[in-house]
Design a protein around this ligand. Sequence first.
Ligand code: DGJ
Length: 755
Amino acid sequence: MDISVRSIKKDYIKWDWQAGKNVPFSDEMTIFTLTSEKAVYALAAIESGHLCHVFFGRRTDDEDLSYLLRLGENPYTPKVNEREMATFMDNTPFEYPVFGTGDYRESALMIRDKNGCTSLDLRYAGYEITDGKPILEQKLEDCTVRLPATYAEDTQAKTLAITLKEQHTGLEVVLYYTVFEGLDAFTRSAVITNKGDADVDILRAMSAAIDFDSREYDFITLNGSWARERVIERSRLHKGKQAVDSIKGESSHQSNPFAAIVSHNADESTGEAYGFNLVYSGNFTACAEVTQFDRTRFVMGINPLDFSWTLNPGSSFTVPEAVMVYSSEGIGTMSRTFHDLYRRHLIRGIYKDTRRPILINNWEATYFNFDEEKLYSIAKQAKELGIEMLVMDDGWFGKRNSDNCSLGDWYVNEDKLKGGLAKLVDRVNALGMKFGIWFEPEMISPDSDLFRAHPDWAIQSPGLPLTRSRDQCVLDYSRKEVRDCIWSQIKAIVDNANIEYIKWDMNRQLTEVCSSALPASRQRELWHRYVLGVYDLQWRLTSEYPHILLENCSGGGARFDPGMLFYSPQIWTSDDTDAVERLKIQHGTSMCYPASAMGAHVSDCPNHVLGRSTDFNMRGDVAMVGTFGYELDVTRISQADRDEIPAQIERFKKYNPIVRTGDQYRLGNIFEDNTWDAWMFVAKDRSEAVFTFVQVLNRPNYRSRRIRLAGLDPDRKYRSSQTGEIHPGSTLMNCGIDVMLSGDFKSATIHFTAV
Ligand code: DGJ
């Protein structure tokens, strides 16, 4: 990794309109080049002070890429022809394009100044290069919130900070770029400071903007719905704008803050792929715009819809971090780079590099209908089978026996848990099992003591009825006293019993977004202030209780985003635990998120969402591409299924180190052929690999299916645990292996070890 800075003077010939002849001119620019092993990201401050985007893509050893700016070809370069400045603004590639001064494409920054005007003119003012990576923070009136972001030691990354200044408002924008050792990944963020003497309203502040020189790309996004999150959508870029976004207050089931721009020929192992991911958990947008000149501008950041933020003189606004990954070796390499980046530089805590306890969660086993003895009986049986932790899900607090009350009343329902929580936890611990618990800290039920005491703590718009969803409302997390109240309740529970895992759920999206504590002029800040409030509480939780394993969740997988991964090393992937649907959900999720982060459980059949029955073995093989656990009443499943659990657990323990730390190769594409799927995980030193094949539907009279392996060392020989045969990696990858299973919903896992 490296960041270089060079001053370059370029000579050009220009047609001079006034003189009516060609004249020479030159432009002196400072060019910044960030290089990783195989990628390069270059930008330049040209003589006029505009900061231009030069190139992002495959690494080249040529350090002077300034010709790519086409300044010589562009008759409107400011130095040569100020009278056509607007044309210059609308066709030059900019690093942080501003609104209002002639660039009509998607902008990165738009403000409203003291006069009500929205035009900006940002110019280069200097740079700094540091080792490592600074943290991102947002100062609020009563606290400072650390934003989730990738982190790195001084030897693991380098950061370039470029300062831009705006004359008439006094705004200063510092753009941060980080390049990481050993990864073709870059991050961007920005801090906007009001150094003027009047308030400025930020109306739009993107995290990244990239100008591509072509429109010949496909756009990949992850879209979906409850129980079918992160379905891959891929389409050709076309004139105009294509976007994925959320305005629901969270990343959402429907969309994910991920987008990729890939060459038309890109597949798992070939073609170019640019992946973008926003380290944020609220409203976002990722938009690709094909311009009049058949080029593409991509922007990503907080959704500007219904957003504004007032910057008083002296105050700053920090935009969330955007991650940018480049691969010239297909989409698979792009995904593996994201996985490595997140495992090394985003996920934190004691579980970052360790296997997670095998848990059993009682949600699909009992829903709200449980008591202490029921939970204990599940734990006792689970322990005998090798399961390591009991997680008590929704329904243990207040007077909650269904989803219509008690959110906000985080005290134990002793009608259900007789003798209190500590007694149950102690009994479970005495079995040799850990204990975990569910909370939904951001919510308030209208039927709760908390609501009766503080009705104004629910997010609401004066004059409008409270829109309920799952019979609940959302707490105003922009208010510190609200967060403090919930925090003290969580602490009381956690301090009272030996809690070693928390599932943090969030089961509705935001409506009537208004706060009774904010002035009218700041109401549109609430969407973002809410997310900052969530981050504040998750930071407190992970800092004060570092031994607790946190799993984020949102009605299934509506908050599977890098922001959440900063706090919890795992996230519940979907409420859909059907092993067939999970193939799609986990394939889509793996576009940028590692298997080590995907909450995945074996549940009972017929599946509660789909009514489908699949083989117990297949359910296990699919859940092993994740954190692995069970979500069923282990005292009531069939003896045959129960008998399979110990061996399944042994398999999980054996293969999890490779799945958790190795390289993932998607061999099948369930979105294109939903009759089968296959994948493999290869250890980093390529000494072993785990291959899994899933036969969703059998085919009559076809015999075996041949599948080419990937990621092995071509020069080493590997033994198959299935046949005992030994073949070179090159043979296994070029010729493939034959797999044959009988029946539908079956799977097989094969271990390859280098000999
Ligand atoms: C939604 C989650 O996704 C489920 O796993 C479960 O925790 C329920 N909420 C409980 O209400």
